[in-house]
Design a protein around this ligand. Structure first.
Ligand code: GN1
Ligand code: MG
Length: 365
């Protein structure tokens, strides 16, 4: 699809003169652009939001607005810089949180925070500790947010819902890929019960729900030049869910020695020192609000989210690649294999993960 980016850019209340709008980043869902302005004016991020996945973009933008408003209030109370430490939505010239173009596509913009660094993978335990602190702080700042968020992605990290989708897609086998992935299907089926057991604890309220980010991979965090977390970005998925998903998804991303879609499986495994580093950073903040059942399920949540990612990539492969952007026809299968390898290494190290959590919690209490 071709877009008139200049025309779209003109709809937003950007300060300064726009010099260039160019593609940015490696998101799997939206299309992202950098809006470069002349001289000293700030630059912006412009995104075409994926309306097939986000079916209620106005509600999504309202959620982001509520969350960033709350965060900014907290940041100001602590004498922080609300323009650098939280995402700032740039509205359209007529004051809307998004622009709907003539082709019925949805666009949204925010300020580009400069002098920051992003990573695709964590290159030191220090970075992992800082990342953990950042998400812990993010959740802590949102712990007293009263305004309800719209459930814009029903069932997002809900395994019961994921298995429903899975069963439907497998029954259809729309592009005839099912027979070829019998072994991989068994990876999923053999873990169905233990994963559903975890989710039952969320359904019954044993594990509480809170305001959470739901996509805490390392590339969604802006670090400053000293590798401290500055700002949590990509707030499309802010929802009410369990905070364990944020922790687990970050462990999936920060501790992986390889890439999310690594073709060389020997590269892929969980690095225990990065696990400990992230967990210590996270707990240093989250200890202030975590309940005992949450603490007891922290280590499991890393397996849960990694398993979910295996399921989602494999399911999208079987479905004919309708959800994630792919670079070739095996891409989703390659991703599923890499995430499965990561899951296996977590399963081997699971007793160690549990003892690390226990030790770190006892040191903090
Ligand atoms: C997607 O678009 P991106 O890269 O921020 C996905 C996450 C997955 C992630 C895997 C809305 O995030 O759930 O964990 O890819 N977002 C959505 O890299 O499905
Ligand atoms: Mg995202």
């Amino acid at each position: 699809m071709n877009f008139d980016l200049t025309h779209i850019g003109k709809q937003f209340a950007f300060e300064g003169v726009v010099k260039e709008i160019r593609p940015l980043g490696e998101g799997l869902i939206n299309d992202t652009f950098l809006v470069v302005t002349e001289g000293q004016s700030v630059n912006y991020i412009l995104q075409r939001k994926n309306k097939n996945i986000f079916t209620d973009i106005p509600a999504m933008m309202e959620n982001i607005n509520k969350v960033t408003t709350h965060l900014k209030k907290k940041i100001i109370e602590k004498d922080g810089d609300p323009l650098r430490e939280a995402l700032t939505i740039t509205p359209t010239k007529d004051g809307k949180l998004y622009y709907r173009d003539e082709q019925d596509e949805y666009w949204a913009a925010c300020i580009f925070v400069d002098d920051t660094v992003t990573y695709q993978s964590a290159d030191s335990p220090y970075l992992a500790t800082q990342g953990g602190k950042g998400i812990g702080k993010f959740q802590l700042m949102l712990a007293d947010m009263k305004e309800p968020l719209a459930d814009i992605l029903p069932g997002f990290h809900n395994m019961r819902y994921r298995f429903k989708q899975w069963d439907e897609i497998l029954a259809k086998d729309p592009v005839g890929r099912k027979a070829e992935v019998a072994k991989e299907i068994n990876w999923i089926e053999s873990r169905r019960d233990e994963m559903l057991d975890f989710w039952s604890k969320v359904e019954s309220g044993v594990i509480p729900t809170r305001v959470t980010h739901n996509d805490t991979k390392i590339s969604n965090i802006l670090f400053d030049k000293a590798d401290n977390v500055l700002c949590v970005i990509d707030l499309d998925t802010v929802l009410s869910s369990t905070c364990l998903n944020d922790y687990g998804d970050a462990i999936r991303s920060y501790t992986n020695n390889g890439l999310e879609d690594d073709e060389t499986l020997t590269n892929v495994y969980m690095k225990m020192d990065f696990f400990e580093a992230y967990t210590s950073g996270y707990l240093s903040e989250a200890i202030n609000f975590l309940t005992q059942p949450e603490i007891e399920n922290l280590a499991f949540s890393a397996k849960y989210i990694t398993f979910e990612q295996v399921l989602r990539f494999l399911m999208d492969y079987i479905d004919g690649d309708n959800y994630y952007k792919v670079k070739n026809e095996k891409h989703n299968l390659v991703r599923a294999h890499a995430q499965y390898k990561l899951l296996l290494s977590m399963e081997i190290d699971y007793p160690k993960m549990c003892s690390v959590v226990k030790r770190l919690v006892s040191q903090l209490r």
